[in-house]
Design a protein around this ligand. Sequence first.
Ligand code: MN
Length: 411
Amino acid sequence: MCEKTNTTWRDLAQNLHEEGTPVEEICSKVYEEFGSAFKAKDSSARTVKRFLRETFGAASIAPPPKTFEEQVSERRDKILSSEAAKQDKKLLTKIAVTEMIIDSIRDVVRERPFRDIKPFEVKVDRNYSEETIVLMISDIQAGTYISKESSGGLNEYNWDILEKQFVQLYKGLEEIVTRHKQVAPISSLHVHLIGDIVEGYDIFKGQTRQIDREITEQAIGVKDLLCEFLIKTLYLFDKVHVVAVPGNHGRIGSKGENLHYVSWDYIVYKWMESELKQYDRITWQITKSWWQMDTIYGFNFLMFHGDDIRSWQGIPYYGIDRAAKNYTELLQLIGLNYNYLELGHFHVPSELPGVTTEKFINGCWPGGSLYSMKGLVTANYPVQKLFAVHPTQGVTYRYPLRLTLPKKGKK
Ligand SMILES: [Mn+2]
């Protein structure tokens, strides 16, 4: 308390000011002691301030100058709050766009009309044990456009060619399976969808000039082609099991922005599952994980797309080997072991040996891209891998199913 005697609130205010008390403190002390002299607290503060201003000048009620640190911290808060507002706005836009996409998908999802398909009968004249067929489908990159002119005639790719490739893939599958059915019963197909089903549009610079369909049309179109392909496989197999993982081309948002399943590949898979609901001979194994395991006769097939394995030019043998070993260790966490590893992404159809695991790398659909041909001077024949699993031997025969038939040599 003040040592001087203050008979009026004015004396108190004046004395406190002369002692250097901050103006807000003066106001509250005055109200504490002479509250009854005022109508209310806020009006008392106004009256006190007016008195101080009239007696000591305007500067007397100015707040104390801010320290450098205070100014910095104030500025920082301002930047942070305006940044937060910007982020909020971005997030709102994203949510709105996502909801628009979901709405438009909901409008077009219809169950495919059911066709009662009976498998073709093939007479088996030997009594070998049954086998199961695995077909790897990946790196379709639906929507890729390569003109004959821009590649100097080395390659040509567009949606028409993609449709023809689906026809050829079925023909190849039918030819190989019917052939093998003559010596051993084959009743199940496992389709392993290993990502990059759509081409996308913003995975690399200038990609919008190398596609012939928007991303939405890529997804809708390839979903239709895959659904029809799967229905047709019911002519060859009693049961079809589909296992799916996403790739990197269908990712939504820039790299690392969203989780791996925020992808057009995942949308296509879930969409196919809904459309083919009536086909109970087709079963689905779709998860939000980037990897999946399929078990056939007790043999475990691990699959993931492969875009996390660094590569430069062709197949990164050491990278794949290291990844395979790391997965062996990682899967120990949940007590899993695998016998075979399946990858997409690298476009070079190959089979790599290992001590306990064999690795299968799938081919791609568009063949050589402008980047691979001009930059890396390489191209690959468009193939997808098929292999058979034997109940005790594991994987036995394997075929590259060509999507485009090879040209015969000229004389
Ligand atoms: Mn890829």
